[in-house]
Design a protein around this ligand. Structure first.
Ligand code: SF4
Length: 356
């Protein structure tokens, strides 16, 4: 028997924070952004969940149990994709170029370094350069390498969309120009593949049109928090980009890509006032920007983890997620309608499970 949507959301929030005991062949550990974890399919939808041997939740026979109680959620770990066994013509293993996220998303960080990675500048939840140091990836991916991997991932493993993010580079475009070349090359190899690009607000907003003209379906311009005090504490380097630059970039991106083809991450658990967070999400929705609210889970290797930060309470995650999902529903916006990207994938948050 399935529980109601609110109880369901609370249970899912608890699982998202405490994690599960399961053997997941596809895992993400270290890299850009705020989450790692094992890749699973829960009730048909992508979900990244912390793999935690201490968790009260366990996966058995394709279902999640708490102690002996069957929660009524089907679970399938994502299988190791076939493209992981291949290497590029210039000898780089495909899995150092791009990774499978969920069951059908190909994700890459095209430039794996960030000008903001000095310890007093970097985002405290991010480990973009740790995966480089560990040898799991290469510093810069060429458009040709990405095209080769995308073609194989679509052909062999049923990939349906691609996410391209980048560390921030020192040029005024903050990395966007390289993304233009990467999108073009991938779409030449795989015409029609939905691609989301993720960038900081570029100095020259004209590059947004160039990204759209190259064929990108959607764009993420990720602020993570709308509260300047929280931004300064958690993202000392990135918070030097004024909110006004984000607002201008979102507005131009909506003009170029369309309503609900633009998104931003909002992290739950950085100490922001929950009402202010939900109100801010409402303002983004009014602009046509999808606020992809996800719980901050401090990954191994982050400054947050080193300094003892903990994930938010499941009750807070459920409350904020439920309220933002209601605003999205009222505006007729769903993550799926982004066409490509994190909001369309939905795995790192609970909004899609909550009907957003
Ligand atoms: S939400 Fe984004 S980061 Fe998370 S699994 Fe999906 S594509 Fe990857």
């Amino acid at each position: 028997m399935r529980v109601g949507i609110e109880e369901d959301l609370e249970t899912r929030a608890d699982i998202a924070v405490r994690g599960v005991r399961v053997d997941a062949p596809v895992q993400r550990s270290k890299g850009a952004g705020p989450s790692d974890d094992g890749h699973l399919v829960v009730d048909g939808a992508n979900a990244t969940l912390p793999l935690n041997p201490e968790s009260p939740y366990v996966v058995q026979d394709g279902r999640i149990f708490r102690e002996t109680i069957d929660l009524g959620l089907s679970v399938t770990p994502v299988g190791r994709p076939r493209f992981y066994d291949l290497s590029t013509t210039d000898g780089v293993p495909y899995r150092k170029i791009a990774l499978l996220h969920g069951k059908d998303v190909l994700a890459t960080t095209v430039v794996q370094t960030c000008i903001r990675y000095a310890e007093d500048q970097r985002c405290r939840f991010c480990t973009i350069e740790e995966s480089l140091r560990s040898g799991a990836t290469v510093a810069a991916k060429t458009p040709q390498q990405l095209a080769e991997v995308a073609e194989a991932a679509v052909r062999l493993d049923g990939v349906r969309q691609m996410v391209m993010t980048t560390g921030t580079t020192s040029g005024p475009d903050r990395g966007a120009r390289h993304l233009v070349r990467c999108v073009r090359a991938v779409l030449e190899a795989v015409p029609g593949l939905p691609i989301q690009v993720q960038i900081e607000p570029p100095g020259d907003l004209g590059v947004l049109q160039d990204l759209r003209d190259a064929g990108a379906t959607s764009i993420g311009i990720h602020v993570e928090s709308l509260d300047d005090d929280v931004r300064r504490r958690w993202m000392p380097g990135k918070s030097t980009v004024p909110m006004a630059e984000y607002e201008a970039a979102w507005a131009e991106a909506v003009r170029v890509f369309g309503r609900n083809r633009v998104s931003t991450y909002l992290l739950i658990g950085l100490g922001e006032d929950p009402d202010a967070l939900v109100e801010g999400a409402g303002r983004l929705i009014d602009l046509g920007v999808y606020p992809f609210a996800v719980p901050m889970r401090p990954m191994v290797g982050t400054l947050a983890r080193r300094d003892g930060a903990t994930a938010p309470s499941p009750a807070l995650v459920a409350d904020v997620t439920g309220r933002i999902a209601a605003l999205l529903r009222a505006a007729g916006m769903t993550g799926a309608d982004q066409g490509a990207g994190c909001a369309a994938c939905g795995a790192c948050g609970l909004l899609s499970a909550a009907g957003g």
